[in-house]
Design a protein around this ligand. Structure first.
Ligand SMILES: [Zn+2]
Length: 288
């Protein structure tokens, strides 16, 4: 092999390993997420609020800079941030934060809460009731006093590493992943989507007992929840049929239901979610 074919082989290897669902991507910058939300509010950006300054974010910044008469370098410097308005600033931790507040720090809070397993709906920089609920649940999870406001303890907990699944999981359906765990549009997808035809059998990914089996009024549709003694809960959503009952013990591979499209979905798929003591975690790294 020549040096250039070696290089091509190495690039092909790493190129292949980069074909991973969004779930495997590193958490983006909360600050850049705030810039993206501010650009969205000005209808200059309709990409994902993922905290990664990719080409679409840079192009939107250049458009804004041209409109504001600033040098079009695509970088969010102080003048550009000022032109973006309150949704791009202040930075998280520079003021006390609570219900009713609007700003880039609220975006950062919403972004970090979502990655820690407590998404609050649309990441929009407005501290409303959904954000407050998510914050209180996070504070409870982190063993902090449930103030519903952001103080130093909460800031420290928000900057701690995000939780991961502590046990190995089995695939509920053996199919390629659709949407992964992570930012999706202006929101956050707290699980894996496994697209499969109606009626495809869904198997339990972990041992435990069924704590919920039935229809939900939220987006999950027909839902089965299996909770293990280790605090790990696995959720199977949008089912067309449920084949277990509440209180039933299940083991890895137990048939829990059939794929459907109940709840908020555009087509048949399994929404598979994993929660550790209530925090949604990325199931992908734990799947064997
Ligand atoms: Zn989903």
């Amino acid at each position: 092999m020549t040096r250039s074919t070696w290089l091509a082989a190495i690039l092909a290897f790493f190129g292949a390993s980069l074909v991973l669902p969004a779930a495997a991507l590193a958490i983006g910058s909360p600050r850049i997420a705030a810039v993206q939300v501010a650009l969205r509010a000005k209808h200059l950006y309709d990409g994902t609020v993922d905290g990664h300054a990719g080409p679409a974010t840079t192009a939107a910044l250049v458009t804004l800079q041209r409109q504001a008469g600033l040098p079009p370098d695509g970088v969010a410097g102080p003048q550009t941030l000022a032109a973006l308005g309150p949704l791009a600033g202040p930075a998280l931790g520079t003021r006390a934060l609570g219900p009713g507040d609007v700003g880039g720090d609220v975006v950062e809070l919403q972004f970090l809460l979502a990655w820690h397993g407590f998404p609050s709906g649309t990441i929009d920089g407005t501290f409303g009731s959904h954000t407050e609920t998510a914050l209180v649940r996070f504070q409870q999870w982190a063993g902090l006093s449930t103030t519903g406001t952001v103080g130093p303890d909460t800031l420290t907990a928000l900057h701690a590493p995000i939780p991961s699944c502590p046990v190995r999981l089995a695939w509920p359906i053996r199919v390629p992943v659709g949407d992964g765990f992570g930012p999706r549009g202006a929101g956050f997808h707290p699980g894996l989507d496994l697209p499969a035809p109606f009626g495809t059998p869904v198997h339990a990914a972990a041992i435990g007992s069924v704590t919920f089996a039935g229809p939900t009024t939220g987006g999950y549709g027909n839902l089965v929840v299996v909770k293990g003694a280790d605090g790990v809960a696995t959720l199977y959503a949008h089912l067309s049929r449920i084949l277990v009952a509440r209180g039933q013990a299940v083991t890895v591979g137990t048939l829990v239901g059939l794929v459907g499209a109940t709840g908020e979905t555009t087509g048949p798929h399994l929404h598979f979610e994993v929660r550790v003591r209530g925090a949604a975690v990325d199931p992908f790294p734990a799947l064997g």
